[in-house]
Structures are given as structure tokens and as C-alpha cells.
Design a protein around this ligand. Structure first.
Ligand SMILES: [Zn+2]
Length: 200
């Protein structure tokens, strides 16, 4: 159910109007005619990989207190996506990383008390841990390295519905990296050269 909240222009209580086939969801004030399209908000986060573990935070505040989350948050105006992801990581864990690779974009929703549920676009980057012990800030109760193999079992503790999709893509990224590592490349070339010798 969509709550009422004050019109941004005149203060009259207004409500979201559901989308139609031709029109996106919107908030229209019947008194002053102020019209706001209910566009999605963007967030950005970083998946920090250390060996086969990923850094997750346990949320200290509503919504989803005590649930697992990825370091990240809503983007500021005029901020780049990667810039926002790095800022959130630094603010929430104190960590800074080298190169980041984009992982993907994931739709979800977020609910604010008094404002209701709105659509979110969640961008993720992935990077390798370099140094430093992650220290959870006020927004997070704790920071922990969770083995990728244990993520499926922790599914019920995830803060957001889109997180399983993120971790599926993360596992794919880790696998691709492993196959592209210098060690994997040299063992592949060893296999192909021994195959070449056999064929002689
Ligand atoms: Zn109004």
C-alpha cells in the first residue's frame, strides 16, 4: 500500500499512482498540479574479493537490521558510478582498491517510511583486496569475509532480493579470472605443447 506524504510544492498529502500501459508510475498533486514521475534511484557498490571470499557487511540500521549487505549506497548528484562505489566502500569499510571491473546492473526496490516503495538501479563493481583490515562504520555493525561456497547457505540473511543474481555473476567472474590467470594459461599451453609432441 502506498502511503501519503506531503506534496513537495504545496504540502497537500499525495499518493503514488500506479503505472498504466502507456504511463510510468507517478505522483500528481490534485491541488497545485505538481507532477513527479517516480523514476528509479541509483545505487553503487563494490564486491571486494580476497582469495575465494567476498567482503559483506551486517547492517546496523533499518531497513534490514542484522542482514548481510554489500558495501555500497545511493549515488550523489553529479557523481560517477564508479566514484560513488569507491566512496561508499571507503566510508563503510575504510578500504581503497586498485582496478575495479563493472559486474552489472540489477533492478530492485527500496522502501522509505512515509514515502513508500520505489524502484532502484543497483550497479556493482568487483575488485581484489590489496591491503588493510576492513573496519565497519556506523552504518554497518560488522564486516566479514564470506567464502563464495557458503553464500547459498546464507541466502536468508541477504538484505536485498537482487543479491543472489549479483553473486551468481560474481562466481562467473571469479571462474573467468581463474581460467585467465597466468598459471591457468601456462598449464593450458603445457597441455597443448604435449599434445603437439604426441601428434608428431
Ligand atoms: Zn501540491
Amino acid at each position: 500500500m502506498s502511503p501519503e506524504f506531503p506534496c513537495a510544492r504545496c504540502g497537500r498529502p499525495v499518493k503514488r499512482q500506479p503505472p498504466s500501459r502507456t504511463r510510468p508510475r507517478r505522483i500528481a498533486c490534485p491541488r497545485c498540479r505538481y507532477l513527479m514521475y517516480d523514476y528509479p534511484r541509483s545505487s553503487a557498490g563494490v564486491l571486494v574479493m580476497k582469495d575465494d571470499t567476498v567482503l559483506l557487511l551486517r547492517r546496523a540500521h533499518a531497513p534490514r537490521i542484522g542482514f548481510l549487505d554489500v558495501p555500497g549506497g545511493f549515488m550523489d548528484a553529479n557523481e560517477g558510478i564508479e566514484e560513488a562505489a569507491r566512496r561508499e566502500l571507503r566510508e563503510e569499510t575504510g578500504l581503497t582498491l586498485g582496478r575495479l571491473e563493472p559486474l552489472g546492473m540489477y533492478w530492485d526496490t527500496y522502501s522509505l517510511r512515509g514515502f513508500g516503495r520505489f524502484a532502484t538501479i543497483n550497479w556493482y563493481f568487483v575488485g581484489r583486496w590489496r591491503r588493510g583490515v576492513p573496519v565497519a562504520d556506523d552504518d554497518a555493525a560488522s564486516a566479514e569475509w564470506v567464502p563464495l561456497a557458503l553464500l547459498a547457505a546464507r541466502r536468508r540473511s541477504f538484505s536485498w532480493a537482487h543479491m543472489p543474481r549479483v553473486f551468481t555473476d560474481l562466481r562467473r567472474w571469479v571462474k573467468a579470472q581463474r581460467e585467465d590467470s597466468p598459471r591457468a594459461r601456462s598449464s593450458r599451453s603445457a597441455i597443448s605443447s604435449s599434445a603437439a609432441q604426441r601428434s608428431r
